[in-house]
Design a protein around this ligand. Structure first.
Ligand code: ADP
Ligand code: MG
Length: 566
């Protein structure tokens, strides 16, 4: 399509606003233009945090000589023509605002040659007007150079962070697009230093190696496109990409790359969907590395929400959420290993059981328990005994297993509570004599807030005067255990922690306080029963806090340790 200025009817429907906040915004707009131009090679050169120089060179379709000036007009675009086109946008750009906006805050040069032209066009724009124009030789494509960004807007300059910060924002933008477009060769040079280079061979894994390194890639799991069936959607969202196995994680949330139809987006909801898939697999405060590509019909996603185009709206939000969550979860289940001593294994020892999905969509009224966790099979284990009254020793088909009895029992009880809880069938034990229970003001606040939540789990607690409460019943699991300690600990964590997770907090705490302890002697029958029950849990190899319940020392490792070669 030739470049045309959009008519006012279309302009009025475009999410208006400034796109050039910082140097990285310029890089984003220019790289998006290069991608829209179908380039297979994109080089980005940066100097002085992007303030002195940003240069993006591509080998795309280029701009015809007759249209180069028009590209700098506001609302001039070759990507959409009518209001209808706004309904299904397949290009990254569509607003026709980037080049003119950049030209108002910087000096911009462009050298471009379109296919079929014998010579390229050079255009220099200063203070938003053409300063120079001519012919220049070059191969097909475009090079846009932006100099002295914000020189005329000192306030903007003042608000920029250090060069290092601006550089890292720029590197992040290029990184994200390198992940979204593995078939494009990206090259990023910052102050003369090569910062990123991807091979552009179309293999996501090779881009991931460049970005995260070989060690991380060894622990990345592939998400295979299953076209997750969901609800009312005619063509279910397709999810592909890679996610980290629980063996690698990060303390920050910024290693999650989300793309919708190859557009880099930010979405708290989808980030949550991915994190949810790791539920019970990662320690608190740890986050996965993930590259998630969602493809869906362009009509089912609205990108015209915000000028920077990183926020999108889905027509079938729940379907997208559950597609992402299931795809991630499935990848984890298929490949999740029992941690091995000699290596962080990436293949699981025995084939997983069929996943037991029960619900197809999330239900916000049932926090965190609405999606049934699918099972990972444990191999058949032959119990050999107990070690230090804390660990169970067992033999499996592939070696020796050491099982943490407390962690394993916690998993069993947590699943039981979860099962009973979702059916509102928690077993309750009435106390023969009601017991009085005194609380401090902070505990009282938490108690008032979570009365009913605690009741749901079998605690019957009622006010009995000045910061004193009467306990009439407790969960059966805690009967004969230190339930006052449990309640106190619960009130402490409920008053501080994340309110949305109260259900989990309570269930974990009950499981933890009623599970067998380390140091407790178990009979052979008890051990066998524990293993049998563990086999039936959703995720036998981690406890509800995400710690491993077991480790495996493989037969190979034993052979090596004993110097047996065969
Ligand atoms: P938009 O991308 O929203 O259309 P821009 O202001 O970013 O608006 O660009 C205006 C037009 O200039 C684009 O529609 C496209 O036709 C042309 N253009 C910009 N950059 C390039 C490029 N690197 N290669 C080819 N054409 C480009
Ligand atoms: Mg653009």
């Amino acid at each position: 399509m030739p470049i045309k200025v959009l008519d006012s009817q279309v302009v009025s429907r475009i999410a208006a606003g400034e796109v050039v906040e910082r140097p990285a915004s310029v890089v984003k707009e220019l790289v998006e233009n290069s991608l829209d131009a179908g380039s297979s090679q994109i080089s980005v050169e940066i100097r002085g945090g992007g303030v002195s120089l940003i240069r993006v060179t591509d080998n795309g379709i280029g701009i015809p000589a007759t249209e180069v000036e028009l590209a700098f007009d506001r609302y001039a675009t070759s990507k959409i023509g009518s209001v209808d086109d706004l309904e299904s946008i397949s290009s990254l750009g569509f607003r026709g605002e980037a080049l003119p906006s950049i030209a108002t805050v910087a000096e911009v040069d462009i050298v471009t040659r379109a296919g079929g032209e014998s010579v390229g066009t050079y255009l220099s724009v200063k203070d938003s007007s053409i300063a120079n124009r001519g012919s220049q030789g070059r191969s097909q494509g475009a090079t846009v150079t932006v100099r002295n960004l914000f020189r005329k807007v000192p306030v903007r300059l003042k608000f920029l962070k250090s060069l290092a910060t601006e550089n890292s924002h720029i590197a992040n933008i290029v990184t994200q697009y390198a992940l979204a477009f593995p078939e494009v060769k990206f090259n990023l040079v910052i102050d003369g230093r090569q910062t990123l280079r991807t091979p552009g061979n179309g293999q996501l894994i090779d881009s991931v190696i460049e970005i995260y390194g070989v060690e991380v890639v060894k622990n990345m799991l592939e998400i295979k496109n299953k076209g997750w069936e969901s609800g009312p959607v005619a063509s279910p969202p397709q999810v592909t990409g890679m996610i980290s196995s629980p063996a690698v994680s990060r303390s920050g949330r910024d290693h999650l790359s989300l793309f919708v139809n190859r557009r880099w987006i930010s979405s708290r909801l989808l980030a949550w969907a991915v994190e949810e898939a790791y539920h019970g697999l990662l320690m608190l405060g740890r986050h996965p590395i993930a590259i998630i590509n969602i493809s869906l019909p362009t009509k089912e996603v609205d990108v015209n929400i915000h000028p920077t185009k990183t926020e999108v709206k889905f027509v079938y939000e729940r379907a997208v959420f559950s597609a992402v969550q299931r795809a991630a979860r499935q990848a984890l289940i298929e490949l999740m290993p029992v941690p091995k001593i000699e290596e962080v294994a990436t293949t699981y020892v025995s084939p997983p059981r069929q996943a037991l999905w029960t619900s197809t969509e999330i239900d916000a009224t049932l926090p965190l328990v609405s999606t049934e966790t699918p099972a990972v099979a444990l191999p058949i284990l032959r119990v050999l005994g107990q070690l230090a009254n804390s660990y169970i020793i067992a033999e499996g088909p592939d070696g020796l297993y050491l099982i943490d009895q407390h962690a394993a029992h916690e998993r069993i009880l947590f699943d039981k509570i979860k099962y009973q809880g979702t059916r509102q069938e928690i077993e309750v034990q009435g106390l023969l004599e009601p017991v009085t229970f005194e609380v401090n003001p902070k505990e009282e606040e938490a108690l008032k807030l979570h009365y009913e939540d605690l009741a749901e789990f079998g605690f019957s607690i009622e006010p009995f005067g000045d910061r004193t409460y009467l306990v009439r019943a407790v969960p059966l699991l805690l009967h004969n255990k230190d339930w006052t300690g449990t309640v106190r600990e619960l009130l402490a964590s409920l008053s501080g922690g994340d309110k949305s997770n109260w259900w989990e907090t309570i269930a974990k705490s009950i499981a933890c306080h009623s599970a067998v302890r380390a140091g407790q002697t178990l009979t052979d029958d008890e051990i066998r029963e524990l293993i049998r029950q563990l086999e039936q849990t959703s995720i036998p190899n981690t406890c509800p806090h995400g710690r491993p319940t077991m480790i495996c020392i493989s037969s190979g490792q034993l052979r090596r340790e004993f110097g047996r070669t065969a």
